[in-house]
Design a protein around this ligand. Structure first.
Ligand code: FE2
Length: 247
């Protein structure tokens, strides 16, 4: 307890730059471990396709989504381009990373190669103060793409109420990763405008949350999607609204 207190006190006395350096070190350490998600940078072509999808047909999705945000809409992956050119490879990579899947499909050929499908794609328009509490997704794999990030995490963490904490987190995206013993490790992924075009691709069961940002009227725009195998039996499975299974 005494040791914990002294570490905490040490952190409280650090300057913002020192805290930032500590955070970056901690993130780099976490990323060198066996993380279950992929951290990808999309091409300009892929981003252009997503913007086209965003500017196409939209249907309100708020009552089927978890986020406490004022605008969420389902969009369509026109000509299945984003799935075929970006998502498919990542899906198969994560699926076959599990040796049991690779063994059954490619070695014994006991199972046929699964046919995955991107069943839903949506955009969140997040305003300041809005948030997306801890949740998981439906399906087998999911992703989030940061289309527009109007704030820099350094400025957000420097806001008085965040900077005075021993763990500044304003505006962060976070994965919450169970350690199997009841302990849940929080993995903060601070965001800034340079992250536009960054994509996290992750197992649908991986809990995550998005914390609020402050001080601008500009929106944060993200695109998310869920990949299914096997296909959901009906639409209720796609847009589950239970406590645990939420898109
Ligand atoms: Fe999510």
């Amino acid at each position: 307890m005494e040791n914990n207190m002294s570490i905490q006190e040490k952190f409280m006395n650090m300057s913002q730059d020192e805290k930032t350096e500590e955070q970056i070190k901690s993130i780099q350490m976490q990323q060198s471990t066996n993380q279950p998600w992929l951290d990808i940078r999309l091409t300009t072509e892929a981003m252009d396709y997503l913007w086209d999808d965003i500017n196409g047909k939209q249907t309100d999705a708020r009552n089927q989504l978890n986020g406490n945000i004022s605008k969420s809409v389902f969009i369509e992956d026109k000509d299945n381009w984003f799935y075929e050119n970006v998502v498919k490879e990542l899906t198969e990579y994560l699926y076959y990373k599990d040796w049991n899947n690779y063994y059954s499909v490619h070695i014994t050929k006991y199972l046929p190669p699964p046919v995955f499908k991107l069943y839903e794609l949506w955009v969140n328009y997040q305003k300041q103060h809005e948030f997306n509490p801890p949740h998981v997704h439906s399906g087998i794999f999911s992703f989030v793409v940061f289309m527009k990030i109007p704030t820099h995490w350094k400025d957000q963490h420097a806001l008085t109420f965040s900077a005075n904490s021993n763990s500044p987190q304003a505006s962060d995206f976070q994965f919450l990763f169970g350690q199997g013993n009841g302990h849940v490790k929080k993995i903060p992924l601070p965001l800034c405008p340079e992250d536009e075009g960054r994509m996290f691709f992750f197992p649908a069961w991986l809990t995550h949350q998005v914390l609020p940002f402050y001080g601008t009227e500009e929106e944060r725009i993200t695109v998310s999607g869920n990949i299914f195998f096997p296909p959901p039996e009906d639409s209720k499975d796609i847009h589950s609204t239970g406590t645990d299974q939420q898109v």
